[in-house]
Write a protein that binds this ligand. Sequence first.
Ligand code: MTE
Ligand code: MO
Length: 212
Amino acid sequence: MPDWKKLIAAKIALAKRGAKPGATNANLRVPAGQTEVHNFPILDLGIVPEIDTENWQLRIYGLVEHELNLDWAAFQQLPQVNDISDFHCVTRWSQLDMDWSGVSAQHLLMLAAPLESAKYVTLHGYDGYTTNIDLNALLDDDVIVAHSVLGKPLTREHGGPVRMVVPKRYAWKSAKWLKCIELHAEDRPGFWEVRGYHNYADPWLEQRFSDH
Ligand SMILES: Nc1nc2c(c(=O)[nH]1)N[C@H]1C(S)=C(S)[C@@H](COP(=O)(O)O)O[C@H]1N2
Ligand SMILES: [Mo]
């Protein structure tokens, strides 16, 4: 079994090393090609699943030592965190200072204990949406499985009861109505990724679309 504490510490050090020193200036916080907005637009496939907390479950499975099936009560009992981050949509809007609350992805993954062979993740939404991401990216300390934003429970439109938030990637990687976190050895492109969206999706590198 890999030493997760050590791996996570190494990941945090890497993330800190990559921090931009000028990032306190509001203008420098909006990546190239993006415009700052304040109205938190809604983007999805037009399917807005209605999941009440009584029927909600989050499953973490695949290449893990301990498969997790969390109901609402179990999820609420996990350590709760807050993180303020910026949200960048590939459709060229960015909203800064989004104050998310929920459970850190680090914590959830530590509970599930990924196997050494686990390298990639598929995030599944209750609407059937999928998106892929490397496991390392989910171990960043700003990645939250969020139930609230800006002091209020997530609305259904924004992915309530619970969504993923991955601030360092374009927002399509932040799966709404999160249902499952599936770990595997190989990368499996998700809904948009098979449709030409960039596999990695770093807004600071303008990785909007793949070249082929
Ligand atoms: N389950 C699910 N998650 C999703 C989507 C979706 O269609 N289904 N759309 C993605 C896209 S393209 C964007 S830009 C963001 C938008 O999040 P918002 O509607 O809360 O602004 O959600 C992402 N997460
Ligand atoms: Mo998007």
